[in-house]
Design a protein around this ligand. Sequence first.
Ligand code: MF3
Ligand code: CO
Ligand code: CO
Length: 276
Amino acid sequence: MSQDDTSQLDRRRTADAPIHGPEGFAGMRRAGRLTAEALDLLVEHVRPGVTTQALDDLTVAFARDHGAYSATLLYRGYPRSICTSINHVVCHGIPNDKPLRDGDILNIDITLIVDGWYGDSSRMYFVGEVPRRAARLCDVTHDCLMRGVQAVLPGRTTNAIGAAIQSHAERERCSVVRDFCGHGVGRVFHDAPTVLHYVEASYDVPLRPGMIFTIEPMINLGRPQVKVLSDGWTAVTRDRSLSAQFEHTVGVTESGVEVFTYSPKGYHRPPYDIAA
Ligand code: MF3
Ligand code: CO
Ligand code: CO
């Protein structure tokens, strides 16, 4: 979600995130798993010459075959069922008929609704052989996500997540995008709390068992600034540097964290071992 959306959230409401019970966690396990399976399915289809529209079509068919549908189609006027963000595109890239090219890095972000529960996740994919610096960025970004996930513990606050992500990104001479954030998710797409991927005292929210939200850091090789193209959606780095993102939906438990969107096939980060 965008920072503009979050600034419209009342501060009290931001702190007042819904607490989900066992039936919510059960629903999120099903939605998260199906979303992860869709991301798994696309692994073997991402290669030079394939269009992002073809990946969108595959996702729509997969969702339909499993009694689910995409949250993004017509969400605030968004025109497709997945987001496909290539190279310097930070997020919200719109699938189209341009073929993927050897050396591209691609984020695919999918949100599937299963029995009313929303599973939201994204991963990076390599198109053929990618430059070393692009692969490094993807590794750094996945490490940022997992450090953020591991920072989740009841009694801590959302800034523990931001601190874990920001410190790792900056240690690796990368930058954290400020204009988009993680968000509560459950029976609605974007809910409280707001989860920033950097430290910002004014947005700090205590983590309590039963909260469910996404962590979805966008990390740039260059500067953090982004701009949105004239289509109203596609966010790109202002300096045209490469950008990467991974996203999980997680729940806060009594003892730590549950990740709802792990890959059943172990496709956590590229390059994916398709034989596995
Ligand atoms: N899935 C994105 C997120 O992580 C939101 C996409 S909204 C869309 O929050 F309209 F761009 F599809
Ligand atoms: Co999200
Ligand atoms: Co998403």
